[in-house]
Design a protein around this ligand. Structure first.
Ligand SMILES: Cc1cc2nc3c(=O)[nH]c(=O)nc-3n(C[C@H](O)[C@H](O)[C@H](O)COP(=O)(O)OP(=O)(O)OC[C@H]3O[C@@H](n4cnc5c(N)ncnc54)[C@H](O)[C@@H]3O)c2cc1C
Length: 814
């Protein structure tokens, strides 16, 4: 009993992050009480008190603590921490820390998140979505673009340029639309639901590229000249970083810029002689201005002391002599403009460097900071738009398509796939919107942007794969009637660009997160790296004390929440309370796991990508649940949305539990893993996974026209017109739903022997003749059958014409 009380008292001290003197006093009290009740001799107690007092003095007197303890750890840290290169430091320091910091704290402050106002579009932004964006979508025929034009139609290009689609992020003072991140994201989402190629085309100039870079780092003259031209579509930009030898390891670009004197516009100026070879550059083949990344060397010190200032960005007109552009790659048959470009001895004045001479050597920082915001917007919006379209198409098809005499959407196997589609769409959209809100409040959340890019592109791939499984041959047969096949082709593109996903998951998310978002690590690293050892040690010692308290608190919290299943964690009251509590529980466990990984693996963690990847999964899924809960709260917890909330949270929780399990099974230092397992899963690994009842309800949302189905897919382009495959499918869905009770009446009549068995048509006729249904009802069943037949049709092509068509497009491609 005594021991239990003691443990409870120490647990409480840790939980509430008691300060060192309080710990010391508490331990002294315990020892005093124990001595009072003890029968041991004075010699024993003398030793105990001596040990205690020595430790207490060393720990409580800063001078002694620093000299005897902190200095050793300080020395170890200096050696254990891998040297950080300039590019790594710039990547680590880019952007801001937001909700990711709360998740790393082990005790997220829900009030802080829930009190943030939900992002809203302005009237002007709404009008743009309802006007020009609808118009643009209506003029896009994705099949024709992919198979014949291999490009956007000329009128779409014109419209995009004239209506300012390329200048959404450019402020009004420069002639741009000056849209919020939310509006920008909604525009991309809507276009993506119509055409992946068009969405990429619009997205790139608004993402990391000349406009974004000029806004943040350009000189006034550069802004004045270029921003208005970009906003009006008079210039088409591209951003060229990747080359044959530098893909994921983009900082290793071999492209050079040598500072020298040269002739430009008839005058001798200080400039840069460029040589480069780039590939995969989106809009490259049609760009008029290239945002070029290269490494500057200044052997004659024309710009300053540094001989190798490093990565630099410049705006290079594509018409400059020495540049070769125009060839195209074929990214999985998706017809956006993408291709290589190169330059031989291209001379540009130093004024074309973004930021002018002061911008030389600042390129990597610019790229990293630009990515911190851009990654939060474009690809998540594109993936969500594709996911929403899939939800709508696949849900309707599952209700309309029949096999074994019933809609396939009623089979449990199909329900699982439908639930994965619906649940993921809700989750992605919630995270997209919450993150755009943060960007609009001025955050540039670098870690969150990586999480969102990774999660939304991966979940889009899952949605499309599940959709293809449900559609069967209808999904496989390409043609104008196939609305999902193109997304299946395109899914790897989002996975690859803006930081390929394997790298993002296994290196970036946790690697950057633990340094940026952890309340102590970055500061400790800075203290350890201080050139003044004395000052560094003093700061390091202070931080170390805080860090130990932080770790103990998270250990206490993780254990307590593990014992209670998080039931006593502070959380908003309501239907989703248990999910809030689960995030609080696993956030404490995550913070503890992060510290354990760092303590036991130190700098080698950077190479242990499997470990880091699992921690990235945990962090990413904690973020996604937070977004789901924020959305549910903002919408005042509508009952009909709860299955989507439950599916999303349970899916994320299953991944989180799996992540912890895998992490603890593979942590190299086994005693730490055992202790961690005891603290995090004191009652064993929690049961986690989808409940069949939840997936059934989510599937129902997809296959039934309803307010919640519309809300789930709110923002996509819904074309009208008899020739539009989506409109036809939606029509077939409504007719199928209306006809179902009538069809049941007919089936019952067959069972009762009132009418004879037969084909659908024979039964319909017999039912009408026998008075089971009236003429209007028979008409409704007939129209539903017709609509179904139309909806399940796939395209076919005359074989010769098709062959010729293929040959034509093939010769164009090569
Ligand atoms: C359609 C398309 C459009 C693009 N548009 C542009 C553009 O406009 N501008 C531009 O500059 N670039 C662009 N890119 C380039 C894109 O950013 C790169 O493709 C990307 O950085 C990956 O480089 P890579 O293809 O050479 O793959 P690689 O770098 O060769 O990577 C191959 C695989 O190895 C993995 N990997 C690499 N290093 C690690 C590691 N340390 N740990 C774990 N895994 C690792 C990657 O995740 C990937 O899975 C585009 C690419 C494509 C395909």
């Amino acid at each position: 009993m005594m021991i239990l009380l003691l443990l409870a008292a120490f647990w409480a001290l840790a939980f509430f992050r008691a300060r060192l003197p309080v710990w010391t006093a508490a331990i002294a009290l315990v020892l005093g009480f124990w001595e009072y009740r003890s029968v041991s001799g004075i010699g024993f107690w003398l030793i105990i008190w001596l040990v205690f007092l020595t430790a207490a003095v060393i720990l409580n007197v800063p001078f002694l603590r620093r000299g005897l303890i902190s200095s050793q750890i300080f020395k170890w840290s200096k050696e254990a921490l891998p040297p950080i290169s300039r590019t790594e430091r710039e990547a680590l320091e880019a952007g801001t820390v937001w909700w990711d910091g709360e998740l790393f704290s082990g005790n997220p402050d829900w009030k802080r998140l829930l009190e943030l106002p939900g992002p809203r579009l302005s009237e002007e932004e709404e009008a743009f979505l309802a006007g020009p964006v609808e118009e643009l979508c209506a003029m896009l025929d994705d099949w024709n673009m992919a198979e014949e034009l291999r490009d956007l139609p000329p009128q779409a290009w014109r419209f995009i340029r004239e209506k300012g689609f390329f200048g959404m992020i450019i402020p009004k003072e420069y002639g741009g639309l000056g849209f919020s991140a939310l509006a920008h994201s909604r525009v991309i989402l809507k276009i993506a639901s119509r055409s992946y190629a068009a969405a990429v085309t619009v997205m790139v100039p608004n993402s990391l590229g000349p406009a974004e870079l000029l806004l943040r780092y350009g000189t006034e003259a550069q802004k004045e000249y270029y921003l208005s031209r970009l906003a009006k579509g008079e210039e088409i930009p591209c951003f060229a970083l990747t080359g044959p030898e530098a893909g994921s390891d983009a900082a290793s670009i071999p492209d050079t810029g040598i500072v020298c004197r040269g002739m430009y516009g008839g005058q001798e100026v200080v400039g840069i002689r460029l040589n480069w070879e780039k590939r995969y550059i989106t809009l490259g083949p049609v760009a008029t201005v290239i945002g070029l990344a290269f490494k500057v060397r200044d052997p004659e010190h024309l710009l300053g002391d540094r001989e190798e200032p490093g990565i630099t960005l410049a705006l290079v007109p594509s018409s400059t002599p020495g540049i070769t552009v125009g060839a195209r790659h074929d990214p999985l048959g998706i017809p956006f403009q993408n291709g290589p470009n190169s330059g031989r001895d291209v001379f540009i004045p130093v004024d074309l460097v973004i930021g002018g001479p002061a911008g030389v050597g600042q390129g990597w920082r610019m790229i990293m900071e630009g990515l911190a915001a851009g990654r939060s917007i474009s690809l998540p919006a594109l993936s969500t738009g594709a996911g929403m379209l899939a939800a709508r198409v696949v849900g309707a098809y599952a209700r309309v398509r029949r096999q074994f005499r019933q809609p396939i959407g009623g089979f449990e196997g199909i329900e699982e796939a439908l639930a994965r589609i619906g649940g993921n769409v809700y989750m992605m959209d919630a995270a997209r919107e919450m993150t755009c809100g943060a960007v609009d409040r001025g955050e540039r959340p670098s870690v969150i942007s990586s999480i969102l890019k990774y999660q939304s592109t991966e979940r889009m791939r899952s949605i499309v794969n599940n959709g293809m499984d449900v559609l069967g041959g209808k999904g496989v047969s390409l043609g104008p009637r196939n609305l999902i096949g193109r997304f299946c082709q395109a899914a790897p593109i989002g996975i690859t660009v803006e930081g390929a996903n394997i790298l993002t998951r296994s290196m970036i998310i946790f690697g950057q997160g633990v340094i940026r978002c952890h309340p102590f690590i970055l500061k400790e690293m800075q203290a350890a790296g201080d050139s003044d050892d004395k000052r560094g040690l003093k700061e390091f010692d202070r931080l170390l004390c805080g860090h130990v308290g932080f770790t103990l608190a998270n250990a206490a919290r993780a254990f307590f929440h593990g014992l209670t299943g998080g039931r006593l964690a502070k959380a908003p009251v309501g239907r989703a309370r248990r999910y809030f509590q689960s995030v609080s529980r696993f956030s404490a466990a995550f913070a503890l796991a992060a510290d354990t990984a760092l303590l036991t693996m130190g700098g080698t963690l950077k190479r242990r990508e499997k470990i880091s990847g699992r921690l990235a999964d945990i962090l990413g899924n904690l973020y996604l649940i937070s977004a789901i809960l924020k959305r549910f709260d903002e919408r005042e917890c509508p009952c009909e949305e709860f299955p989507l909330v439950a599916w999303g949270c349970e899916d994320c929780l299953a991944i989180i539990v799996e992540g912890f399990d895998g992490f603890m099974r593979n942590l190299p230092f086994r005693p730490a893993a055992w202790l961690l397992r005891f603290l995090v899963f004191p009652l064993g690994r929690p049961l986690a996974g989808q409940r069949d009842s939840v997936s059934h309800r989510v599937a129902q949302i997809l296959v039934e026209p309803s307010r919640v189905r519309n809300r789930l897919t709110e923002g996509i382009f819904l074309p009208a017109g008899p020739d539009e495959p989506l409109a036809r499918l939606e029509d077939a869905l409504s007719r199928a739903v209306a006809a179902e009770p009538l069809e049941k009446r007919l089936r019952d009549a067959v069972k009762e022997g009132r009418i004879k068995k037969g084909t659908e048509l024979e039964i319909l006729e017999a039912g009408l003749n026998a008075g089971v249904i009236n003429t209007d009802e028979a008409n409704a069943v007939w129209l539903a059958m017709e609509a179904r037949r139309e909806a399940i049709r796939v395209d076919d092509f005359p074989s010769l014409a098709r062959r010729l068509e293929k040959q034509g497009s093939g010769s164009e491609r090569h």
